[in-house]
Design a protein around this ligand. Sequence first.
Ligand code: E4P
Length: 214
Amino acid sequence: MKIFIDTANVNDIKEAEEMGVICGVTTNPSLIAKEGRDFKEVVTEITNIVDGPISAEVISLESKGMIEEARELVTIHKNIVIKIPMTIEGLKAVKILTAEGIKTNVTLIFSATQALLAARAGATYVSPFIGRLDDIDTVGMDLVEEIAEIFSIHNINTEIIAASIRSPLHASQAALAGADIATIPYKVLIQMTKHPLTDIGIERFLNDWKNVPK
Ligand code: E4P
């Protein structure tokens, strides 16, 4: 499973990039709004930090508007992937953008049939939202598993991005469930690096080192 970072904060993206663990970035309108900066400016900066797929989301609800936004966004950089909501209009946009060679990430996926339709429309990625399903008392990870099985049975190449990841446990479960990618918030990425026995181990090694004759 590959790891993307789910943020529009360029400092966090730089830090994760330096760690060598991420190969892509996902943003959404809420994450962009949190930064309080111009959308295109932020996305351009991100493309200069990470050399991999960078998802930027359209806000139009009609396919025509989505397509126009997408065509403009891809002029920013070759790595831009257009994030499109899972709606009928979204599917229409995905079909046309795919025919134009523009990569898409169909977002707000909450059922396996939505994922199948998005894939059939030509989506490069589908993003099932784990945490938001957990929030409504439904096991989000079951959805990733179901989509992975369907895609495998039917030889579908669309990649599954496990999204709305809230914990390290979500990340490991997504890997086991067959997600191709997990898009992970910076905070969770840092939590994933930690283990108390690692800290205790370092402390013990450094203490013992003091007894080595110099
Ligand atoms: C996915 O691409 C979305 O940006 C994101 O994972 C949503 O996560 P949230 O449910 O924590 O807002």
